[in-house]
Write a protein that binds this ligand. Structure first.
Ligand code: DAH
Length: 351
């Protein structure tokens, strides 16, 4: 009997440990502890054991039973845990997937595309000219006398290199106006140019970045007058800023245009009133107008530099900052303009 009980214990334990699922374990349990299970039947036979050995066998039988029950309980816990994890690991193919993050164009690139679309609709042709430029195209050919202080005024970056005997020093172009002469040389009239490019100036503070973008328009044809300039301005302002915005021109001075103007756009916050409904001054514009940039009728000397006869052709030009019009439209007051180029996603993701 003693040996039989130990044999039952060993075979029960190995079967319990081998069971791989709960059904298996349940069968093993029945096989040993069920009504007609091996252990149950053996225990019933204890009555046949001689009385002097009965107590000892009884204790052993009890021990075997407890060990088997404990082993079943342990295995049960282990198998149920396993069952749960397998459930979690199962993939529910009907669940919506996790969307990968998709980037988008930088807000300045978005503005460039939009500005291009607007001008292409009225026949302007987008061009690009070198960012590393000769002094001649940026200044001399644009009617700046040789010793004019503009080279300093425009805070020009000079490139350490040999001077070109005809075109002077090598520079980083400080404005897109340098594209005017290049376009006249390339094409000749009629011209409807849109030159959008990076410009560089020695300036870096909260409202200036050493690199920024300008878009330059140039129209040259027969009988081009200020009305064409004014019409183009109105068209751009209405298309880019909105139907309710107005433009105005104020007299100004540029070497390469005569007459020259500063172009303003009515403020979108106070609707050009300069005051808010409660009578307080508009904080964005203070006067009802926001300055957009320069424009004018192409100076006859500039036409001559580009090989165009000023007695036959006239033209207008304008040059504005991409970052500037973008911020004006969004009503953005970026405390530090350098943020535009810092690649901080917390900022860029907002656009
Ligand atoms: N190039 C000028 C600047 O950077 C802006 C400008 C003014 C461009 C008048 C023009 C113009 O074409 O006609 O400040």
């Amino acid at each position: 009997m003693e040996e039989e009980l130990i044999g039952i214990k060993n075979s029960a334990l190995s079967l319990i440990l081998e069971s791989t699922d709960l059904k298996d374990l349940e069968e093993t349990k029945l096989q040993f502890l069920g009504k007609s299970g091996k252990l149950t039947l053996t225990i019933k036979e204890i009555t046949t054991v001689p009385i002097e050995k009965r107590k000892e066998i009884g204790i052993l039988a009890n021990d075997v039973k407890q060990t088997i029950e404990q082993a079943i309980a342990d295995q049960f816990e282990m198998l149920s845990k396993k069952k749960k994890t397998t459930l979690i690991e199962k993939i529910d193919v009907t669940n919506p997937g996790i969307k990968p993050e998709i980037g988008h164009l930088h807000l300045v690139t978005q503005a460039i595309e939009e500005i291009t679309d607007i001008f292409e609709k009225i026949g302007f042709e987008r061009v690009r000219y070198p960012e590393v430029e000769w002094d001649y195209y940026a200044f001399t050919a644009l009617n700046f006398p040789q010793n004019h202080p503009a080279r300093d005024e425009w805070e020009t970056f000079f490139v350490k290199s040999q001077e070109n005997p005809k075109k002077g020093k090598m520079i980083l172009t400080p404005h897109t106006s340098s594209g005017q002469i290049r376009e006249m040389e390339r094409k000749g009239p009629p011209i409807r140019m849109l030159n959008i490019a990076k410009c560089y100036r020695r300036q870096s503070d909260v409202s200036h970045t050493p690199m920024f973008h300008q878009f330059e328009g140039l129209v040259i044809d027969k009988d081009i007058s200020i009305t064409h300039l004014k019409g183009t301005l109105e068209y751009f302002v209405k298309s880019y800023f909105g139907k309710n915005r107005k433009s105005r021109i104020r007299p100004y001075h540029f070497q390469f245009t005569e007459p020259s103007f500063e172009v303003d756009v009515s403020c979108g916050v106070c609707n050009g009133e300069g005051r808010l409904l409660d009578g307080s001054k508009c904080k964005l514009c203070k006067s009802g107008w926001l300055e957009m940039g320069g424009a004018g009728m192409v100076h006859p000397n500039v036409l001559k530099s580009g090989g165009i006869d000023p007695n036959k052709f006239t033209g207008f030009a304008f040059g504005w900052g991409v970052e500037r019009v973008l911020m004006m439209r969004e009503g953005l007051e970026i405390d530090d303009l350098r943020l535009l180029y810092s690649n901080d996603l917390r900022f860029l993701e907002q656009f």
